[in-house]
Design a protein around this ligand. Sequence first.
Ligand SMILES: [Zn+2]
Length: 377
Amino acid sequence: MFKVIKYEGKARRGKFQCAHGGEVQTPVFMNVGTQAAIKGGVSALDLKELGCQIELSNTYHLHLRPSDDVVRQMGGLHKFMHWDGPILTDSGGFQVFSLAGLRKIKEEGVTFASHLDGHHIFMGPEESMRIQSNLGSDIAMAFDECVENPAPYKYAKDSCERTLRWLERCKAEHDKLNSLPDTVNPGQMLFGINQGATFEDLRIWHMKEIAKIDCDGYAIGGLAVGEPTQVMYDIIDAVEPYMPQDKPRYLMGVGTPSNIIEGVARGVDFFDCVMPARNARHGKLFTWGGAINLKNEKYKLDERSIDERCDCPTCRNFSRAYLRHLFKADEMLALRLAVMHNLYFYNKLTEHIRDALDAGEFAAFRAEYSEKLSERA
Ligand SMILES: [Zn+2]
């Protein structure tokens, strides 16, 4: 399924095969389509043009609306949203702990109130696996608890011990579901998730334990939740030596272009983040010279594209002045064109990282862009 072709330091250039789509080239940035749509009016058809390799959808949101039963009856998520490439679904855990109200955690799972209408829902490892099986994604994520930052040590310890027990239950249920004759995607894979808040000893213990359970990949979860960036890097450095070399590694919910370059340098293969779409919706656009705010007065008569080095559909056709006008006039088209540019930029960023790794020049790429891309142009 996964093969590392080349190392440069800890950075890995790899290839990955899912039940849908061709070979995924890693490092890869997954494009977030929370409710089976990319916010900003971007469809699966657009994702093809934007160089997206893997789409990511949210279990929690799709379970609530339209419900995983509806998606299953419509032939699974690929058919429903008209995307034939790989799809990763998160477990719902993160949203249960960040969006839903009135949570009650027990050994069996979590009871929570829907953020839409307040009705009570129970979700545990088995429920999360069943929902993701109904969605028919290519990669299912294990059900975990993402603890708040900062977390007391005792709470973080109890929580990651429970998350380990939940992974064992996820694995058993996932194997069972995949073997059913009418399962939507019998080739669905399962990734385990490392937790342990910001405590390195818990993180390492937990990683060693989950590595004993035969998952198809391993993620580092519960980061980028408010801790300083250096703390995040230190945790990746601490955990990485205990992650299996022959399985893909996924840093969940991260991050800025600079965070991605630094994650790759620390041995991470998969990333996802809402940042490119969210920033775009506020007129904040990424360029190879740093970020710009398109709403700025100085772009009023600017005939140039967002980034003269970019050949995305937006930059090939429209000026900064036109896009600024669309934002000022609250036109929906502003969001769509801006989101398309930012997603293309992130997909291109990982492509450039892969090219640099292929050429044995990743260290030089990191030195040139890691700082620059985190600044304003
Ligand atoms: Zn562009």
